[in-house]
Design a protein. Structure first.
Length: 181
């Protein structure tokens, strides 16, 4: 029998001084049985970094042809495509053809670095692609914050991210490996 997803309720307050965006989002996340706490927390931080009233979590790991997070226009066109992990060059090419902006958030330390070394030359032609890495130390600390009901405060200033839950605070420093044109 297949395992069901675990439901997480998240109240996410975003204070993004870089974009002048201040809003609280109530999210219901379905954590796939194969998804780790680390990946789920990276997904939440990626959502905060791109927060917008029309940004949505997708089915994620349970579908192959959707990103983890997306933002569609009112007429249904894909504006923002956010993917986590280490997608293939083919997946990134297809994503860049489907959306105005594509942001990939690799994580995993040395594994992510090896992936990027292998794939970076084939991404230069994609002007709408950003690749922003999270360090293994940062994502490991984020994973420790995970719980079934979370009230997260995310503050973003000068590209740095502070994530707090109750008395616990984690500082995340995203590193841009590729910027969009």
């Amino acid at each position: 029998m297949a395992q069901n997803a675990t439901i997480y309720k998240v109240e996410l307050s975003v204070s993004d001084m870089d974009r002048n965006y201040y809003e609280t989002h109530k999210l219901t996340l379905a954590k796939h049985p194969s998804e780790t706490d680390e990946r789920m927390m990276v997904r939440i931080v990626a959502f905060a970094l791109n927060a917008h009233e029309h940004l949505e979590m997708t089915k994620g790991l349970s579908t192959d042809d959707e990103p983890d997070i997306w933002q569609k226009s009112l007429s249904g066109e894909l504006y923002v495509w956010v993917a986590l992990g280490l997608p293939s060059e083919k997946v990134m090419r297809q994503s860049c053809g489907k959306a105005d902006r594509v942001i990939v958030y690799p994580y995993g330390g040395r594994t992510a670095e090896l992936w990027w070394d292998k794939i970076k030359n084939s991404t230069t032609r994609f002007d709408n692609l950003q690749v922003i890495n999270f360090s293994e130390t940062d994502t490991g600390a984020l994973a420790k914050l995970a719980s079934r009901a979370m009230r997260l405060q995310v503050n973003i200033q000068d590209g740095d991210v502070m994530v707090s839950v109750d008395e616990s605070v984690v500082y995340v420093t995203p590193v841009k490996w590729k910027s969009a044109a």
